[in-house]
Design a protein around this ligand. Structure first.
Ligand code: NI
Length: 157
């Protein structure tokens, strides 16, 4: 296992489009393992390969502790509804926004075994799927059309 370095906003790599994975090699498997470790260490609920400097269409999601989804070449195939909720990113530390996202999202992806599967999520999982797939196209949650307004957590007295 290895904890990888997470690049931050301002790094031009975050604005690039990631390339599809054509073959699931041992290198890809190691990358998935390292991405999961890195996401957990950083206390995040999702991570895209570009965030660790690898321009491949891969992301990992863990919105419920213990349930990790590996998404290779993910493609959103359906979405509906609307939500406005807080969102942040490990590559944009210290910032959070209320974003505009669909309430329900279905993504088709491949897992490490090469199996194609569909994952449908609502609420946080739907936001996370959109957020991670956006990363693969060089988009961030602070961008126009996604970001609605800054989010400031209310603190108890
Ligand atoms: Ni992010």
């Amino acid at each position: 296992m290895a904890i990888l370095n997470i690049i931050e906003e301002g790094d031009p790599l975050l604005r690039k489009t990631s390339r599809p994975v054509e073959e699931i090699t041992p290198r890809i498997i190691t990358l998935l393992d390292d991405m999961i470790d890195t996401m957990r260490k950083a206390d995040g609920c999702g991570l895209a390969a570009v965030q660790v400097g690898v321009l491949r269409r891969i992301c990992v999601i863990e919105t419920e502790p213990g349930t990790v989804y590996e998404l290779i070449n993910p493609k959103i195939i359906a979405f509906s509804g609307h939500q406005e909720n807080p969102e942040g990113c490990l590559s944009v530390p210290g910032k959070a926004s209320i974003t505009s996202r669909p309430m329900y999202v279905t993504v088709r992806a491949t897992n490490r075994k090469g199996e194609v599967y569909d994952l449908t999520g609502s609420e946080l999982l739907a936001r996370c799927i959109c957020h991670e797939v956006d990363h693969l196209d060089g988009k961030l949650f602070i961008d126009e059309g996604i970001h609605l307004r800054p989010y400031v957590e209310k603190r108890k007295k």
